[in-house]
Design a protein around this ligand. Structure first.
Ligand code: NI
Length: 169
C-alpha cells in the first residue's frame, strides 16, 4: 500500500462531479488499499477518490480510525435515497480543506444505496456521525466541499486566508 497525495482547496478538480465506477477490477482494489493507507495516516475518518485525483464515484470511511477495532468501509457509486431531520455537524473538517473547521447543518437520518468493494449491493440507514460522514463524502463525489454549506461570510474568510497563504509561498 502506498500513501497518495491529497488535493486541497482551491484545486479545481475537487469541484468536478465524478463518474460512475463501471468495473471493480484489480486497479480499483489497489486504489482502495492506497486510499485506506492515506486516510489512516492523515488521520481522517473518510476519503473520496476525487481527493486523491481520481474522478470516480468511490469513497471509503472508518468512523473509528484510531481504534484497534478499525473497520474499513467502502462505498462504490453511492446515492442518498432518503434524508430526514436535521443535525448540527459541529466543527466539521476535511482533509482537502486544511486548518479550517465549521459547523454544518446535515440531515439527521439518511438511507444510502451503493456497492461494496466486491460489487455486492448495499442499502444502509445511518444516523449521527455516520450520517454526517456519508453526506460529507458523497458531497465530494458531486464536486461539493463542506465550505459550500457554511455562511458566505465564513466561506469568504477562509478563501481570503488561503489566497494570502498561496501568495506567501
Ligand atoms: Ni472532505
Amino acid at each position: 500500500m502506498s500513501k497518495l497525495d491529497i488535493l486541497t482547496y482551491p484545486n479545481k478538480f475537487l469541484s468536478e462531479p465524478t463518474k460512475p465506477l463501471e468495473n471493480i477490477d484489480a486497479k480499483v482494489q489497489q486504489m482502495i488499499d492506497d486510499m485506506a493507507a492515506t486516510m489512516y495516516e492523515a488521520p481522517g475518518i473518510g476519503l473520496a477518490a476525487i481527493q486523491v485525483g481520481w474522478d470516480k464515484s468511490l469513497l471509503i470511511y472508518d468512523i473509528a480510525p484510531r481504534n484497534e477495532n478499525r473497520s474499513l468501509q467502502v462505498l462504490i457509486n453511492p446515492q442518498i435515497v432518503t434524508n430526514e431531520g436535521e443535525i448540527l455537524s459541529e466543527n466539521e473538517g476535511c482533509l482537502s480543506v486544511p486548518d479550517f473547521r465549521a459547523d454544518v447543518e446535515r440531515a439527521a437520518n439518511i438511507t444510502v444505496e451503493g456497492h461494496d468493494r466486491e460489487g455486492n449491493p448495499i442499502r444502509m440507514d445511518a444516523e449521527g456521525l455516520l450520517a454526517i460522514v456519508l453526506q460529507h463524502e458523497i458531497d465530494h463525489l458531486n464536486g461539493t466541499l463542506f465550505i459550500e454549506h457554511i455562511s458566505s461570510l465564513k466561506r469568504q474568510m477562509y478563501k481570503r486566508r488561503v489566497k494570502k497563504q498561496l501568495k506567501g509561498m
